[in-house]
Design a protein around this ligand. Structure first.
Ligand code: ANZ
Ligand code: ZN
Length: 821
């Protein structure tokens, strides 16, 4: 027998060119029939594909190809999240322009994606750094500004005093500027914010509709991030009668245990006190040092200073001192807390450090520990003590009663607080979407008129230092005020790159629309299956859920309830590990996908990566397993070539061997099918195919025999089932033994229930209720025949000899129990 050797290095590119020339994976403008939108989180064009990409895209491609075979109209697009810091950093290092660097990376990576044989509709490709894309983001910004969903406020940034520029959090390494090495300072500057907090409740409620469709862990992380807490706003009148300090507390039941207040260093009262006291001023200045990331606030040593101010307890009238403390956040609640050191651990430590008093007001068991004996705060709810009229109430009841008592005096009310902060989208960086605003000396902030969009980002700069070149370029900067015509200046902040990735999935539905989105978006959305890394559990996935609602509320998506959520189903794929740790350049344990493609081809790479682990778990790289995947494909190649044509229809009656083989074929179809759609355990699906290929490989049959016909059916099924994973090899072989219909839209094979029916049943045999044997019988036997068969079965002799059989109980399909004396 002669056959062509398996040579993926030439076979695969030839097929890929054909797919491209035929426009095979183009989606129509509108779905005809049932749609399926499959999407992988689009990549940052860093220069090279890594194995994480290969895994992500292989998963989505398998799903997209499967859904096509299920008869769905599939949309499967790809694009580039092309703005961001790495382009600037690379430009600084090698003097290139960020745009040129970005586009050449896109060029290279697009080639790599093609080489993987991913079934994208490339006609919809998007690069977010092109004006065609970001102009709509500027347009939306203006719409949101009109609606009060965009605003400016003072906010802290990392300031590099040597480079004289703002640094991104990633550019601060151990509190120092990454280039200058200078100690970073905190500065307050005016920045642009999106009012995501206005959607907090809706974003929280929407999570319920994703239950079962999104990983539980991601839902939990979003719930925490939104962080709804119910509590009370409590007013403490200033002792000098000049006003009140408001605090937010989730534990109004501990109100009688409050022994002092603590305000944020940025709180107006702290700043007032600092004006008259150098020691306080020095403390506040110290708080302003250091980087602004949340992590650095969490870990810093808790410190404070007494402000020389007193307030009255709203219910007892007792005088309490007011401190400023570095752990109180200006942006949360009221920027002030009532400190209850006996029941809050942070307050406990602070009180012990500064010698402030403790009052125990909650009892969790019978003991009433004296304040001096406490080793740690008692944080659990319990029963109130030392709390006047509220003594004896459980915490939950007391929360309501105390809040009502405060409300009656006009000194408080029930409130809900969210941890979710408004989204600061200003970046003092160059390589991003320009914020379409103008600063006029007479009119203040003036939006760029819609007709003048886009505000195009100039791309010709050579970067020499981290300062944004926009700030020094008069041709960008200088502009006439749209309102009064006076000489004005453009905003030089650009948008956070998370803005681009918050709506790209919608633009893919109508990439050439002459508006942000047109009718096609509603027809394709929501994304039916989204796949990406779990590191995006909150920011990206929350922002996209927010943007989808903004798009709806400006009229670009229908308010029909079916378009609130952007991603119907989410799969978070696991990491690719080598030697037990995440592949990374810094660890030097990467495997370059290009090398695997060159050596084995795309089908092997894809098959290995899907076979090695279930998609959501981490995957350990193994050179041997790659070899194994390759050998498997070679075996299939040989088997199909060796099959002597023509295929013949199945005879009406099959002999036992043919029946058994056919059952194996249909069991495989069943296992693969259930793992494609529901569980998405592609590794199990591939294992089933491997098992079937072994069974088919053992068959020896000549044309004309029933076994030969079933073998043909089996080989066909195998190619269909493997085509989502190894699309090139299966398509090439399908040309030899297929049924003339194109493989990529061929109907997915159906399970024949008749074929699954077994000739034999396996029954558990008990003697006096104890498990003794497991024996096979003909599936068509009657209970009487079974009784006869089991008693005379040679394997039963040792259990029954010399015993008197009293009774035989047959439970059809399950077991036979023999009662002996
Ligand atoms: C008194 C109290 C007693 C508190 C007690 C807790 C335990 P969550 O659940 O995250 O909403 N807090 C309020 N505003 C703050 C701010 N701006 N910066 C730092 N901490 C602040 O947290 C609510 C609790 O965090 C509030 O309840 C308040 O301390 C503190 F036994 O009030 B609590
Ligand atoms: Zn003006």
């Amino acid at each position: 027998m002669t056959y062509t050797p398996y040579h993926p290095q030439s076979l695969e590119p030839a097929l890929q060119q054909r797919w491209e020339a035929e426009g095979r994976f183009r989606a129509p403008a509108y779905p005809d029939g049932e749609k399926f939108y499959a999407l992988a989180m689009f990549p940052y064009p860093s220069g090279q594909l890594h194995m994480g990409h290969v895994r992500n895209y292989s998963i989505v491609d398998a799903i997209a190809r499967y859904q096509r075979m299920r008869g769905k109209t599939v949309l499967h697009p790809m694009g580039w999240d092309a703005f961001g810091l790495p382009a600037e950093n690379a430009a600084l290092k090698n003097g290139s322009a960020p745009a040129a660097w970005t586009f050449s990376n896109i060029e290279h990576m697009r080639g790599q994606l093609r080489r993987l044989g991913l079934s994208y509709d490339w006609s919809r490709e998007i690069a977010t750094c092109t004006p065609d894309y970001y102009r709509w983001e500027q347009w939306l910004f203006l719409k949101l500004y009109e609606r009060g969903l965009v605003y400016q406020k003072l906010s802290a940034v990392n300031w590099d005093p040597v480079d004289q520029t703002v640094l991104a959090n990633e550019q601060v390494v151990d509190g120092r500027g990454w280039r200058s090495g200078a100690l970073v300072e905190r500065r307050e500057i005016r920045q642009w914010f999106l009012r995501i907090s206005a959607y907090a409740d809706e974003l929280l409620a929407g999570l319920d509709s994703l239950q079962g469709q999104w990983p539980e862990q991601v839902l939990a992380m979003q719930r925490n991030w939104i962080g709804r807490s119910e509590g009370a706003e409590i007013h403490f009148p200033l002792a000098d009668g000049s006003g009140v300090i408001k605090v937010f507390s989730t534990r109004p039941d501990t109100l009688f245990g409050a022994t002092y207040l603590a305000v944020a260093p940025e709180h107006p009262l702290a700043e007032q006190a600092a004006a008259a006291n150098a020691q306080i001023a020095a403390f506040l200045a110290r708080c302003k040092q250091g980087a602004v990331s949340e992590a650095s606030l969490e870990t810093q040593e808790k410190e404070g200073v007494y402000l020389g101010i007193e307030v009255r307890h709203p219910l007892t009238g007792a005088l309490l001192p007011v401190w400023a403390a570095n752990f109180v956040l200006m942006g949360y609640g009221e920027g002030a807390v009532m400190s209850v050191p006996a029941h809050d651990q942070r307050d406990f430590e602070f009180a012990r450090k500064y010698g402030l008093p403790l009052r125990v007001v909650i009892r969790v068991d019978d003991a009433d520990p004296g304040a001096d004996e406490l080793q740690a705060a008692i944080t659990a709810p319990g029963t109130l003590i030392h709390s006047a009229d509220f003594d004896g109430l459980p915490s939950a009841v007391a929360k309501v009663a105390i809040t009502e008592a405060l409300a009656a005096k006009g000194l408080g009310q029930k409130t809900i607080n969210y941890r979710l902060r408004d989204w600061g989208i200003s970046r003092q960086r160059y390589w991003g979407t320009p914020i379409p605003m103008i600063h006029c000396p007479h009119c203040g902030v003036v939006p760029v008129p819609e007709a003048e969009l886009p505000v195009v980002l100039p791309t010709h700069y050579q970067l020499h230092d981290p300062r944004s070149p926009l700030r020094d370029d008069p041709t960008f900067l200088e502009v006439a005020c749209p309102k009064c015509g006076a000489a004005a200046q453009r905003e030089t902040d650009t948008m956070d790159t998370f803005v681009e990735s918050s709506w790209y999935y919608a633009r893919f539905a109508c990439p050439d629309a002459e508006q942000m989105l047109d009718q096609r978006a509603a027809a394709w959305l929501p994304v039916d299956q989204y796949v990406g890394g779990v590191e995006h559990a909150v920011l990206h996935l929350l922002y996209a859920r927010f943007f989808n609602r903004l798009l709806r509320d400006v009229g670009l998506l229908p308010k029909d309830g079916a378009h609130d959520e952007p991603f119907r189903r989410l799969l978070t794929q696991g990491m690719v590990l080598k030697d037990g740790s995440k592949m990374s350049k810094s660890k030097g344990n990467t495997v370059d996908p290009q090398a695997i493609l060159d050596r084995y081809g795309a089908d092997t790479a894809r098959l290995f990566i899907l076979f090695a682990a279930p998609p959501e778990q981490s995957l350990e790289w193994s050179d041997q397993a790659v070899e194994g995947a390759h050998r498997f494909l070679q075996r299939i190649w040989r088997m199909v070539q060796e099959y002597s044509l023509p295929l013949t229809p199945l005879p009406v009656r099959l002999g036992p061997a043919a029946r058994e083989l056919r059952r194996a074929v249909h069991q495989c179809i069943e296992r693969v099918s259930s793992n494609m759609a529901e569980r998405q355990h592609f590794n199990v699906a591939i294992a089933a195919c491997m098992e079937l290929s072994n069974q088919l490989g053992r068959v020896e049959a000549a044309p004309g025999e029933d076994l030969h016909a079933v073998l043909g059916e089996g080989l066909q099924a195998l190619l269909l089932l493997l085509s989502p994973f190894a699309p090139h090899l299966t398509e090439a072989l399908w040309e030899r033994i297929g049924d003339g219909q194109a493989l990529f839209t061929h109907p997915w094979p159906e399970v024949d229930a008749e074929a699954l029916r077994s000739d034999t049943v396996s029954l558990v045999i008990q003697v006096n209720g104890k498990l003794r044997e497991r024996l096979d019988f003909s599936a068509t036997s009657s209970p009487a025949e079974l009784e006869q068969a089991v008693l005379t079965h040679p394997d039963m002799a040792r259990h029954l000899s010399g015993k008197e059989v009293r009774k035989v109980i047959v439970v059809p399909g399950r077991l036979i129990n023999i009662v002996v004396a």
